[in-house]
Design a protein around this ligand. Structure first.
Ligand SMILES: NC(=O)c1ccc[n+]([C@@H]2O[C@H](COP(=O)([O-])OP(=O)(O)OC[C@H]3O[C@@H](n4cnc5c(N)ncnc54)[C@H](O)[C@@H]3O)[C@@H](O)[C@H]2O)c1
Ligand SMILES: O=C(O)[C@H](O)COP(=O)(O)O
Length: 530
């Protein structure tokens, strides 16, 4: 069998390939070479990128076998996550891999700006010895404004504290209590612009933050202001920055990120009081190794059909070891329920009874939906797009979690409500040290049958001799019965037989069985392993 193809579209740490291991065919492509990328995507099951590869809707459409887009870093601006979600493709990043490196670069730029290190270096390399020209300023007792008190902003705060500075911040999504816990005073953007000697930016680029610092904001600044952006290009308006530097409105700036990368606007880049790095925030051995190993782990999980903690478009969250075995069981119950109803329900109740109720079980909801839609849509169904498929069909999905369970330690039940108000349900559990997956209920009938690949569910009026009838029909067709359980509502009432069989039953055999026992319901239910 051929190995899944993992495409490396950018320069990643060698630790990435080591962490992927031998189970994949690893291919390299230059993600910035568009035709080569689209061609390579045709056979890819996974793609690993940094920030230079555009994984947009066109790229995703060119990759019919793609299961996961892994960003070896933080920012996902180059990945069309909604398009990936629609196509059932998981998107993951490595959210904490490079935050220390990015924070350290920002602090480095602040110190370099204060002491003219890059310009002094360049001047000496050119043969000069100019001491007074490069007189700088101390950080001690200066006001430093942090825009964005998230992961990186907080690390910058921690690192700057040792310099004896006054720390202020602008972040409308952080509470004053959290800020004061960090030893930072929250201000409005205008106040921060007016009071700061240094500003460092650590926010995502969104429609709200694009051009956040422009002409109007620079108009409020002190002439001593030095501003650093190691987050995303365009948060500082590049034309307004050029004007502020050129006119001496502010003292200096440092940029690691640009609207277009690589940038070409020389009128900005050539400003003498602007220091530059080519998007180096994450470019350390440590960050690259952490990012590569982290996404390699996510790729392994995703290609094994498992939920991935770092997925950004899957609502499964962290999955406890106790919950994990319930996921494949719930997926199978989803398939089983679909096989029982063979129609589109209006509501789906997902019930978790027993000790499992003490854990985070959101992942079971995804598993139920994935199983339910697996055999009824042509597109790939994954944990990613299963909730979307439910939403598109107007399916009312409800989750009911309850610690009480009578007979078993845990019981998972899926209950569909059809448009005529009728309900159909199936329950399952895991038993013994081997955690055997068993069906323990169908439409309120108590049974106990291990789940298998092929099942027959028959409903008929309770009377002697029925087992012999269906046994004979199956025997004549050469279909072996592997397991069987019979239940009934009352003597002489409705009876239900569940059989596990070694191979699927043909339509002809199903018709014969129906006639032989006078079944009011007969379902052949096949479970596809995902
Ligand atoms: N230069 C690099 O190589 C490099 C490396 C890593 C991360 N980054 C970038 O750094 C940025 C920050 O990363 P992070 O991991 O700290 O993100 P984060 O999500 O942890 O924090 C972002 C913070 O920004 C705040 N925020 C959001 N909108 C805001 C607004 N309109 N005004 C003010 N604050 C706002 C949020 O409340 C949050 O606290 C991201 O853009 C990321 O892509 C760059
Ligand atoms: O968002 C990020 O992780 C950083 O901007 C780093 O991007 P890079 O992986 O292209 O260096």
């Amino acid at each position: 069998m051929s190995k899944p193809v993992v495409l490396l579209a950018e320069q990643l740490s060698p630790a990435t390939v080591d962490a992927l291991g031998p189970d994949f065919e690893v291919r390299q492509v230059d993600g910035t070479d568009r035709p080569a990328l689209l061609e390579a995507l045709a056979e890819a099951n996974a793609i690993l990128v940094r920030s230079a590869t555009q994984v947009d809707a066109e790229a995703i459409a060119a990759a019919p076998n793609l299961k996961i887009i892994a960003r070896a870093g933080v920012g996902l601006d180059n990945v069309d996550t909604p398009a990936a979600t629609k196509a059932g493709v998981m998107v993951v990043n490595a959210p904490t891999s490079n935050i220390t490196s990015a924070a350290e670069l920002a602090v480095g730029h602040i110190i370099s700006l204060a002491r003219h290190i890059p310009n002094a270096n360049a001047s000496m390399k050119a043969g000069d010895w100019k001491r007074s020209k490069y007189t700088g300023v101390e950080l001690f007792e200066k006001t430093i404004g942090i825009v964005g008190l998230g992961r990186i902003g907080t690390l910058v705060v921690d690192r700057l504290k040792g310099f004896g500075v006054n720390l202020v911040a602008y972040d409308p999504y952080v509470t004053p209590a959290r800020a004061s816990q960090l030893g930072v005073q929250l201000l409005s953007l205008e106040e921060l612009m007016a009071q700061s000697d240094f500003i460092t930016i650590h926010i995502p680029r969104t429609p709200e933050t694009t051009g956040l610092i422009g002409e109007a904001e620079f108009a409020l600044a002190k002439p001593e202001l030095r501003i650093v952006n190691c987050s995303r290009g365009g948060i500082i308006d590049e034309n307004a920055l050029r004007d502020a530097l050129e006119s001496g409105k502010i003292a200096g700036a440092a940029l690691d990120v640009f609207v277009t990368e690589p940038p070409s606007n020389r009128d900005l880049l050539d400003q003498p009081n602007l220091q530059l790095t080519p998007h180096l925030g994450a470019s350390t051995d440590e960050a690259q190794e952490k990012a590569g190993v982290s996404v390699a782990r996510s790729v392994r999980l995703a290609l094994a059909g498992e939920l991935v903690p770092d997925a950004v478009n899957v609502a499964g969250g962290i999955i406890d070891e106790y919950v994990r075995p319930g996921i494949p069981l719930m997926e199978k119950l989803g398939q089983f329920l679909q096989g029982l109803i063979g129609a589109s329900p209006v509501a789906l109740d997902i019930e978790v009874h027993g000790e499992l109720a003490r854990y985070e079980v959101k992942a079971l909801r995804l598993a139920a939906l994935k199983g339910f839609f697996t055999n009824i849509v042509t597109e790939q169904v994954s944990y990613v797009n299963a909730p979307l498929l439910a939403e598109e069909r107007g399916l009312d999905v409800r989750m009911n979690v309850d610690e009480d369970s009578d007979e078993y330690r845990n019981v998972l039940t899926l209950r569909a409500t059809l448009s005529d108000g009728k309900t159909v349900s199936v329950s399952g559990t895991l038993t013994g040290v081997k955690q055997i997956e068993k069906l323990v209920g169908i439409n309120g009938y108590s049974i106990e049958v291990p789940l298998a690949a092929h099942h027959l569910v028959m409903v008929y009026s309770d009377r002697p001799g029925v087992v012999a009838l269906y046994g004979a029909a199956l025997g004549e067709a050469g279909v072996n019965i592997a397991g069987m359980q019979i239940a009934r509502d009352e003597e002489g009432g409705q009876a239900l037989s569940v059989l596990t069989i070694d191979e699927p039953a043909s339509d002809e055999l199903l018709a014969r069985l129906r006639d032989a026992i006078g079944a009011s319901e007969l379902h052949e239910i096949d479970i596809v392993e995902s």
